[in-house]
Ligand binder design. Structure first.
Ligand SMILES: [Zn+2]
Length: 85
């Protein structure tokens, strides 16, 4: 795999949601579920177009979509802390 970095993704309420392998640089727009190395929300097996919520504060984290044939969470930047690497 190309260069990348493991990042912790947190909700604005401070709850740690995921640990993710981010390939390349730039803002995180979507999370490919297959690249989550820790999933504290339970995205695996979530249905397309479902809207997972933060287990702590109940806010919507985004929406599950198929991207290039793979399930991904398109994240809601109002809920998830912005991460740039
Ligand atoms: Zn939260």
């Amino acid at each position: 795999m190309k260069t990348g970095k493991i990042v912790d993704i947190e909700c604005n309420c401070g709850f740690r949601l995921f640990r993710y392998f981010k390939a390349g640089k730039g803002r995180i727009i979507k999370l490919l579920i297959s690249r989550l190395s820790a999933d504290f929300v339970g995205l695996k097996g979530a249905e397309t177009y479902s809207k997972p919520i933060c287990p702590q504060c109940g806010k919507e984290l985004g929406i599950i979509m198929m991207i290039h044939g793979e399930p991904a969470l398109k994240i809601n930047h109002g809920t998830i802390k912005d991460i740039r690497i």
